[in-house]
Design a protein around this ligand. Structure first.
Ligand code: ADP
Ligand code: MG
Length: 245
């Protein structure tokens, strides 16, 4: 479990490929340009952090790559799946088969235990992890029989991470997973996500305001005004245990 997998190979073909991605919302008389002409390649196994001020287009970009939203113009592909112009049924299938999501609010089922919340997803997956393995990965193996109401917010969010990874998604998308948590608790959740990426090699895209996570990322993309305004690549990526918060 402690072996670090090889670094993502950015010389091969990308798993995500986007060109000229733009999204405009019409609000009465004015156009809101949420994304402007974004070009982006993301490689297999990469851990990519999206940083940027509120309103800079982070969620819009994540939602398009996750098949939750469509751009106004441009191209976006995941492998050979076209994410632009796909039908709702195709996008639903893409999400169900390939993407795990973690959002700010965890939405666990209150009447089910930790193990049952995670196993429920495992039953509909094609190549699932053992639910206990997913729960152990987020450090909650001692809590499997607890109900969500018996857990702290951070623990509930770690269950949500286990639920997202138990179906062995090809991509894990996290939109401000620690937005509702205090900083200390948030770190544990971020470390669990980073560890899942390290161990499972799941391509991971995460939006967070916690800049310390940048040390664990392969790449940090900074958004501003709907554009990618900065990009940093880490040659030495810190493990979840090494990072200084
Ligand atoms: P971020 O996640 O970086 O905070 P968003 O991608 O949510 O940014 O939003 C980018 C811009 O698009 C913002 O100006 C936001 O107000 C606008 N926007 C996002 N969603 C909608 C929507 N459904 N309708 C109108 N405007 C939207
Ligand atoms: Mg957002």
């Amino acid at each position: 479990m402690d072996v670090h997998p090889p670094k993502p190979d950015s010389s091969g073909s990308p798993v995500f490929h986007a060109r000229g991605l733009s999204k405009t919302y019409r609000m009465g008389e004015i156009d809101v340009h949420a994304l402007r002409d974004v070009d982006l390649d993301i490689f297999e196994g990469e851990f990519v952090v999206l940083l940027g001020p509120s309103g800079s287009g982070k969620s819009t970009l994540l939602n398009i790559l996750g098949g939750l939203d469509s751009p106004t113009s441009g191209e976006a592909r995941w492998r050979d799946h076209n994410l632009v112009g796909a039908t709702d049924a195709e996008l639903t299938r893409y999400r169900r088969e390939h993407v795990g999501f973690v959002f700010q609010f965890y939405n666990l089922i209150p009447s089910l235990t930790v193990l049952e919340n995670v196993a429920l997803v495992n039953e509909i997956a094609e190549k699932p992890l053992d639910p206990l393995e997913a729960i152990t990965l987020v450090g909650l193996e001692e809590r499997i029989d607890h109900f969500p109401s018996q857990l702290s917010g951070g623990e509930q969010q770690r269950v949500a991470v286990a639920r997202a990874i138990v179906k062995s998604p090809d991509v894990l998308m996290c939109d401000e997973p620690t937005g509702a948590l205090d900083c200390e608790t948030g770190k544990v959740v971020l470390a669990a996500i980073a560890r899942a990426n390290e161990r499972l090699r799941t391509t991971t895209i995460i939006i967070t305001h916690n800049a310390a996570i940048a040390g664990m990322a392969d790449r940090v993309l900074r958004l501003g005004g709907g554009r990618i305004v900065g990009e940093e690549r880490n040659t030495h990526r810190l493990s979840a245990e090494e990072v200084r918060w």
